[in-house]
Design a protein around this ligand. Structure first.
Ligand code: HEM
Ligand code: CU
Length: 758
């Protein structure tokens, strides 16, 4: 049995030393800077004074680009740390018994792995990218609150240390133990990495004595504060700091996504904060929130997932924003269906708060409540699918350039389709009851969190590397790396879906021998992902000093298809001002896809509205029908190869009060798919943003309310039913009117400002 602390400590130290070694070696050989993170100088050598001033600069900076880079560096480091956990987990699974780590260590590994990746890797990296490019994209000078921005970042390192202190203390304890007797350093030997799972379920999380759990809760609390602060800053920046000519109607898609992500974070994280405090009180001050006499363990699950599900959208939306921004640049066409994508993003923002109980289908919650959560969880796939359709349509007849960012975008669409569709299956109660405890769930979410999310982070790093550093990376190595990570992810997580379908339980260090080959395939895939991450890091670091300097102001040839967006205009200006480089002229130009003239909305007469609406509804109905048939095909295949078992679904369906007949099920599925799509397209019709009217808001709210009424109907009749319908309608009207009035106000305010008033 290996010692975890020593192995993990050594792996991290080896990573850190290699990076340091590369830094020192490459820095010696660096060519004079063309531009980028540090100042131009002919000869680079280490002098104490210069290092001092650099350190001082990075510790005190409030510049949005610097803070962006700090966030990205921190997130990457945390990602590598969580990655080391992942490699250790997969190594244990090479053989059926627990022969490398103890089962307890295995539990600790997946606990810290999950928390580190979700909270300290993904969000910081996206906040970093947002910090760097968002102000450039919207023409702002900086973030709205630069100092708060710095505070938001600097809360994160102590938070990470609190969360993962167990490991450091253990390593230290083992070193001290070499010279000191065990009694003298008891504290260092009692602290353990937390092993209760990333969901911190009560009662285990209340009862385990390990003091590291308390530190972890404090660390998570701190990270929540950091996130909330960052979210407020993004919202304020997008609402108030947009430059001339940037309106809601032409705000870039990445900023829309950061806006919605921040909105979700603003509502989700404070709730997590309260839940964490309640858990701390239960552990230390004898309260009983999560004891059976209090709210019970179920209360913790409600609170946790009320944050937890929105959190997955907090992580996922920025990735879709990057996709919508980057993909069109490499297919030479404008993003198809900008308005639909904005709508679907806003829709996801709201819906993400209405599905949390799909993580609790195997608890004793009321079946009628579960049923409504099932309906909304299935519905949430629609806005996601709208995005996918629009990306695919953007590529249609495009002029595709097979660069690393493109490969990552295409791979990301692929992993997201599979990850998303498996999520829809899990949203169906009988399916979930069978698969909740298996690797199927692990496969589902990893196809997103080790699919589209990191792929798009890496795509963004390749796409903006010339802009940030003024240098090129090794593009061949980048293409190879992109293929490698897409390949590795598919190998690993498709395998997990299959062994999950066969029923292998997740979160176990030990498994039956017949699964060994499959587990080994998944582990090799995992190593491939790890290797590709190291290749990426190497390329980024070495190119920073040795890459070829960029000598054009349009490195990606975006002017040729009129996609030279604001951040590149900023880059061009900087190249012109600093290096006297002439603005690059494109060799050829063409318009990249001309969207038809915007419909005129209600103001243009009822006739045109009816026409567009019926055209969209038709298209949507056909799309919904085809999509549902295709999905049925997937289901049938799964049943044929034995991954899905219809008979047990039937039995469970009867148990939870659903009809057991496959014919009724299939019919409902088909009709539902065909009807839901036109409804959504109607609701999400072409009017917002851009042209927005009061009446449109009402129509929108009414349509959505009918969907909610069906989704949440739990068997009322008579007067109660009338009351229910009235409540749904009126509350949606209130919501719709509120939203329309806000947008209309913002628009008139903007119009006033651009006319020089206000
Ligand atoms: C298409 C929309 C999606 C649907 C309908 C969906 C549905 C579900 C369901 C029903 C579960 C519960 C499975 C169980 O524990 O038995 C689940 C788990 C999970 N999903 Fe999704 N999902 C969707 C998208 C996403 C996205 C975008 C992410 C990540 C960014 C994600 C991350 C997760 C995670 C982390 C879990 C596992 C939590 C755990 O440890 O138990 N899902 N999903
Ligand atoms: Cu969820």
């Amino acid at each position: 049995m290996l010692n975890r602390a020593i192995v993990e400590g050594t792996a991290l130290a080896a990573l850190a030393v290699s990076v340091l070694f590369l830094w020192v070696r490459e820095r010696r050989k660096a060519r004079p800077e063309s531009d980028g993170g540090y100042t131009t100088r002919e000869e680079i050598e280490f002098e104490i004074g210069r290092i001092q001033s650099e350190v001082y600069r990075w510790l005190t900076t409030t510049d949005h680009r610097d803070i962006g880079l700090l966030y990205i560096a921190f997130g990457t480091a945390a990602g590598l740390w969580g990655g080391v956990d992942a490699m250790m987990l997969r190594t244990e699974l090479l053989t059926p018994p627990a022969d490398i780590w103890t089962p307890e260590t295995y539990n600790a590994l997946f606990t810290t792995h999950g928390l580190t990746m979700l909270i300290f890797f993904v969000l910081p990296v996206f906040f970093g990218i947002g910090n760097y490019v968002l102000p450039l994209l919207i023409g702002a000078d900086d973030m709205a609150f630069p100092r708060v921005n710095a505070i938001g970042f600097w809360l994160l390192p102590p938070a990470l240390i609190l969360v993962r202190m167990g490991l450091m203390i253990q390593v230290l304890g083992q070193l001290l133990n070499l010279v000191l007797p065990a009694e003298a350093i008891r504290f260092f030997l009692t602290m353990r990495e937390v092993s209760v799972g990333w969901t911190l379920y009560a009662p285990l999380s209340v009862q385990q004595p390990n003091p590291q759990i308390d530190l972890l809760l404090l660390g998570l609390h701190l990270s929540g504060i950091a996130t909330t602060v960052g979210a407020i800053n993004f919202i304020t920046t997008i609402v108030y700091e947009r430059g001339k000519g940037v309106s809601w109607a032409n705000l870039d898609i990445f900023s829309w996504n950061m806006l919605v992500t921040s909105g979700i974070a603003l509502f989700a994280f404070p709730l997590l904060g309260s839940a964490l405090v309640m858990l701390l009180l239960d552990r230390n001050l004898g309260t009983a929130f999560f004891a059976t006499e209090g709210g019970g363990a179920i209360l913790w699950q409600h609170l946790f997932w009320f944050w937890g599900h929105p959190e997955v959208y907090i992580l996922f939306l920025p990735a879709t924003g990057l996709m919508s921004l980057i993909l069109p640049k490499f297919v030479g066409r404008k993003l198809f269906g900008y308005q639909f994508i904005v709508y679907s993003t806003l829709g996801l923002g709201v819906l993400s708060f209405g599905v949390w109980a799909h993580h609790m289908f195997t608890t004793s919650a009321d079946p009628r409540v579960k049923l409504s959560f099932m309906a909304v969880s299935i519905a949430i796939a629609v806005p996601s699918a709208i995005k996918v359709f629009n990306w695919i349509t953007t590529m249609w007849e495009g002029d595709i350039r097979l660069t690393a960012p493109f490969i990552l975008c295409a791979g990301g669409i692929g992993t997201f389709i599979i990850g998303g569709v498996t999520g829809v299956f899990l949203a169906v109660i009988p399916v979930d009851i069978l698969y909740h405890g298996t690797y199927y769930v692990v496969g589902h979410f990893h196809l997103i969190v080790v699919g589209i999310i990191p792929f798009l982070m890496i795509a963004a790093s390749y796409y903006w590397y010339p802009l940030i550093t003024g240098r090129w990376y090794d593009t061949r190595m980048a293409r190879f790396q992109a293929l490698l990570i897409v390949f590795g992810s598919f190998v690993t997580f498709m395998t997990l879906l299959i062994i999950g379908g066969l029923g292998l339980p997740r979160r176990q260090a030990i498994y039956p021998p017949e699964y060994q080959l499959a587990q080994q395939i998944a582990t090799v895939g995992g190593y491939i992902i790890g290797l590709s991450a190291l290749l990426w890091l190497y390329n980024m670091l070495v190119s920073y000093w040795r890459g070829t300097p960029v000598t054009t102001t349009d490195p990606w040839g975006l002017k040729a298809t009129s996609q030279f967006t604001r951040e590149w205009q900023w880059f061009e200006q900087r190249m012109v001002d600093k290096y006297d480089i002439e603005p690059t002229e494109p060799e050829t130009t063409r318009r990249s896809y001309a969207p038809e003239a915007e419909p005129t909305g209600l103001a243009g007469g009822v006739g045109t509205v009816a026409q567009t609406v019926s055209r969209n509804a038709w298209m949507a109905a056909v799309g919904g029908f085809v999509g549902t048939v295709l999905m049925s095909g997937g289901l049938i295949t799964a049943i044929l190869i034995g991954v899905l078992d219809p008979v047990s679904f039937g039995e469970i369906a009867e148990l939870v009060g659903l009809p057991a007949s496959p014919a009724i099920g299939a019919g409902l599925f088909l009709v539902g798919g065909t009807v839901t799509w036109p409804l959504l397209f109607l609701a999400f019709s072409d009017y917002l943003p851009g042209r927005l009217l009061f009446e449109t808001g009402l129509v929108f709210a009414t349509l959505i309310s009918s969907g909610f009424a069906i989704a949440f109907y739990t068997g009322q009749s008579g007067l109660a039913f009338v009351g229910y319908l009235t409540f749904v309608l009126v509350s949606h009207w209130a919501y719709g009117i509120g939203l329309t009035v806000t947008f209309q106000y913002l628009k008139s305010d903007e119009a006033l400002r651009s006319r020089g008033g206000g």
